[in-house]
Design a protein around this ligand. Structure first.
Ligand code: IPM
Ligand code: MN
Length: 343
């Protein structure tokens, strides 16, 4: 009997993290496997709990090991609200941002589908957020700290290379839409240096990409449009900080941050990409079985798409999009069971 070729499993590093993180990533992996995709997973113990136990945030050896995976699935990291033993920035800079920078995850792709009853009901749009520069690059410093003459500066880094690769990704994404549209969101009237660079790059890429409509909104106006008329967006492209803020707003108008998925992508594929729900660790409901796994499952669908498992990605994404129950009453297991039936 001839050997039946077995699909090569994708090697996925799983950072469940803290609070509800491990529960929602477990649910996401169950759905992915039910969709017929072979995965070989390795768990990494990172996050607030690990930091509190032995002071480790992300050591060089672990980072080197992570580079060898096909993808990384992350749940949520962070201490319980009010737990001052983990100072602000330790996990954000030391773990999440370090992974984004070191693995060169230069696009943060966040798709939104307005759920019924939300302000964005029936709308689909995406935010393509630059993920390695802007104010997140950490340019700045302090002088005379703690004195009345203290100075704190926090700059924003915008490189032609960094902006262009992000904008190109946004246009590639938009080109796949039924009505391709890219909206640059910035504050070109005040942040004139960075804004001018972004606008010129968008103009240049637009000139090479006929068929994609191009628009520009100031970020403050975009906050109104996202609430009042989200249908006007296809792909929003924006800098790291504007993208961070706008994506929480976009999550809220689309049905809640509990549905928002994200892909931290290295489209050049020089290393693994990282997929995570936008929501946090929600320690208050951890272990109660009430965590909504939909955002983690959607993030896993983005991972499948990136791994080339497009048919399975579509099935998982469709199961989430067609989901019509109430996650808060069904709980993690109830939501997962419904998704498993659908994929
Ligand atoms: C996000 C988060 C992160 C960010 C934090 C936790 C560093 O808010 O992924 O949106 O600011 O990018
Ligand atoms: Mn955020």
């Amino acid at each position: 009997m001839a050997d039946v070729p077995r699909p090569t499993p994708h090697r996925v590093a799983v950072i469940g993290g803290d609070g509800v993180g491990p529960e929602v990533t477990a649910a996401a992996l169950e759905v992915v496997r039910a969709a017929g995709v072979a995965l070989e997973t390795t768990e990494f113990d990172l996050g607030a709990a690990r930091y509190l136990r032995d002071g480790t945030v992300l050591d060089d050896a672990t980072l080197a090991e992570l580079r060898g995976f096909d993808a990384i699935l992350l749940g949520a990291v962070g201490p319980a609200i009010g737990d001052v033993r983990v100072p602000p920035g330790v996990l954000e800079r030391g773990l999440l941002l370090r992974l984004r920078f070191e693995l060169d995850l230069y696009v943060n792709y966040r798709p939104f589908v307005g759920v019924p009853g939300s302000l964005a009901a029936g709308c689909r749009f995406a935010i393509v957020r630059e993920n390695t520069e802007g104010p997140y690059a950490g340019e700045g410093g302090r002088l005379r700290a703690g004195t009345p003459h203290e100075v704190a500066t926090q700059g924003s880094v915008n490189t032609r290379f960094g902006v262009e690769r992000c904008v190109r990704y946004a246009f590639e994404r938009a080109a796949r839409l039924a009505s391709p549209r890219v909206t640059l969101v910035h504050k070109t009237n005040v942040l004139t240096f960075a804004g001018d660079l972004w606008q010129r790059v968008v103009n240049a890429v637009a000139a090479e990409t006929p068929g994609v409509a191009v628009d520009y909104h100031h970020v403050d106006a975009a906050c109104i449009y996202l609430v009042e008329d989200p249908a006007r967006y296809g792909v929003i492209v924006t800098d790291n900080l504007f993208g961070d803020i706008l994506s929480d707003l976009a999550g809220a108008v689309s049905g809640g941050i509990g549905f928002a998925a994200s892909a931290n992508l290295n489209p050049a594929r020089t290393g693994p990409s990282l997929f995570e729900p936008v929501h946090g660790a929600a320690h208050d409901i951890a272990g109660t079985g009430r965590a909504n796994p939909l955002a983690a499952v959607s993030s896993a669908a983005l991972m499948l798409e990136h791994l080339g498992e497009e048919a399975a990605a579509r099935r998982v994404a469709a199961a989430v999009a067609d989901f019509d129950g109430d996650p808060s009453s069904l709980g993690t297991a109830g939501v997962t069971a419904r998704l498993l039936e659908r994929v």
